[in-house]
Write a protein that binds this ligand. Structure first.
Ligand SMILES: [Zn+2]
Ligand SMILES: [Zn+2]
Length: 153
């Protein structure tokens, strides 16, 4: 399973969207986007863990064309990681979003950086083959050793 698939999933185009606003911890960057319902995953891969400094990263998918920076886009920096671009605030280091290297139609947004109220919530734990031992899995959502192919449709 490629990291690209883990981070930038091609999603069904006809699902209803959810408007959100997000920001980094220092507030320099603020953005808005439309989330794709049902496309929220807790990713336990080592790259998500390390780049977020957390047991896992909760990533919500959005169409890239819906991403708009309200302020601070000039503070956004990109780290060219294996399989994708990881974007963060150059001031405070907050991890905000991931893109495909080739552009792509979708991006994933760190759900923890979203400030507005929303109904999005994780539907699965993925890449749990890479999970740390000290973090128990939820017993309310399914878990997958890698990223299941049917999620990527
Ligand atoms: Zn910041
Ligand atoms: Zn990951």
């Amino acid at each position: 399973m490629s990291l690209l698939k883990c981070e930038v999933i091609t999603a069904a185009a006809d699902r209803k969207s959810l408007s959100i606003n997000g920001s980094c911890v220092c507030g320099a960057i603020e953005f808005e986007a439309e989330l794709i319902p049902g496309m929220v995953f807790n990713c336990h891969c080592s790259r998500c863990r390390k780049s977020h400094g957390a047991a896992f990263a909760t990533q919500a998918f959005a169409r890239r064309e819906t991403l708009r920076f309200i302020r601070g886009k000039e503070h956004l920096r990109e780290y060219d990681s294996t399989g994708g671009i990881r974007a963060f605030c150059s001031h405070c280091g907050s991890r905000l979003m991931n893109f495909a290297k080739d552009g792509g139609d979708y991006l994933s947004i760190a759900l923890a950086c979203v400030d507005s109220a929303h109904d999005a919530k994780p539907v699965a734990d993925v890449c749990v083959n890479s999970k740390v031992d000290w973090q128990p899995l939820s017993d309310t959502i399914p878990s997958y050793p890698e990223l299941p192919d049917d999620i990527a449709e």
